[in-house]
Structure formats: structure tokens, C-alpha cells
Design a protein around this ligand. Structure first.
Ligand code: FES
Length: 170
């Protein structure tokens, strides 16, 4: 990770004290690096760099190795996710029915790409293989709710409404 990378508005310095009980139980990571990173991600919602550094120092595990594990497995996130997680299906049925156009509309509307979070911390976009509702293609889920037969226009309108609702609540 580059030192110059900007932090988004929902990315703050992690409180490393929260990590101590986990480190007390795992003074070395032989065979348990993935489990410890999973626990750390449960605490913070993602794996901030300073958390990886603290785990590395406390366990004598090279930081590069921990970083390698965290970037290899898709279950790990190195950035916080937004308030709303958009899971856009790019499975075969959705792809055939125009998921690319929907994805383009989302990316244009939110000015982010797959895997990124908006500057205001409201949305994170993730593409997934199949949501299991292929007859509704192209489909996406946001916070567990399914949105069906999407078009570029409908997805823009869904995102605008959700962003407005979220801002109004704050
Ligand atoms: S391919 Fe999109 S829901 Fe199955």
C-alpha cells in the first residue's frame, strides 16, 4: 500500500487496544494466520494497515507475509466498506441480460469501480458470480434486498434514492 493513498471519510485510525485480547491468545501465528486475520476483521470490519503491523510485531510474523495472505483471499478487505454494500451479479444469466451496462451505470453514478467505496462512505460496489435469482436478471442485492431486472436508468434511480435517504437520516 502506498503511503500517499488517501483515506476515505469512514476510514479512521484503528483503536489497537481492541486487538490485545486476540494477540494474547495468539502469540505466534503458526497455522493460524488466517483465523487471526478473520478475527481482526470481525473487530474492525476490515484490516487496516496499522492492524497488520501490530499483528506482525506481536507475533514476529513478517508483515509482507500477512499482507500477502490478506490480499490473496477475497474474504479479507483492506479498506472499510460503505454503509451500503452493492452486490452486483455478473453471473452468466445477468451478464447475458446486460449486467455490464448496469455496472457501467453504477460506476458512472458513484464514480467508483468494482471493489471501491465512494468518497462519502455510503456505497461499496462488489461484483459477484451469482446471487441465485437468475430469473430476475440482471440483478443486484443491497444490504440483503434484491433488485431485479435492472436497467441503467432504474439502477441510477435506486442509488439516488438510497443516497438521499441515507443523507437525510444523518
Ligand atoms: S446469474 Fe445473476 S442471479 Fe444468477
Amino acid at each position: 500500500m502506498e503511503a500517499s493513498q488517501h483515506k476515505t471519510s469512514n476510514e479512521q485510525k484503528a483503536n489497537l487496544c481492541l486487538l490485545e485480547p486476540l494477540l494474547e491468545k495468539n502469540s505466534d501465528l503458526r497455522g493460524s494466520a488466517i483465523a487471526v486475520l478473520q478475527e481482526a476483521q470481525k473487530i474492525y470490519g476490515y484490516l487496516p494497515m496499522e492492524v497488520l503491523e501490530r499483528i506482525s510485531t506481536a507475533t514476529n510474523e513478517p508483515l509482507a507475509k500477512l499482507y500477502g495472505v490478506a490480499t490473496f483471499y477475497t474474504q479479507f478487505r483492506l479498506k472499510p466498506i460503505g454503509k451500503h454494500l452493492i452486490m452486483l451479479c455478473q453471473g452468466t444469466a445477468c451478464h447475458v441480460m446486460g449486467a455490464d451496462r448496469v455496472q457501467q451505470a453504477i460506476e458512472d453514478e458513484l464514480r467508483i469501480e468494482d471493489g471501491e467505496t465512494t468518497e462519502d462512505g455510503i456505497f461499496t460496489l462488489m461484483t459477484v458470480a451469482c446471487l441465485g435469482c437468475c430469473s430476475l436478471a440482471p440483478a443486484m442485492m443491497i444490504d440483503g434486498e434484491t433488485y431485479a431486472k435492472l436497467t441503467s436508468d432504474s439502477v441510477r434511480s435506486i442509488l439516488r434514492n438510497l443516497r438521499k435517504e441515507t443523507r437525510d437520516r444523518c
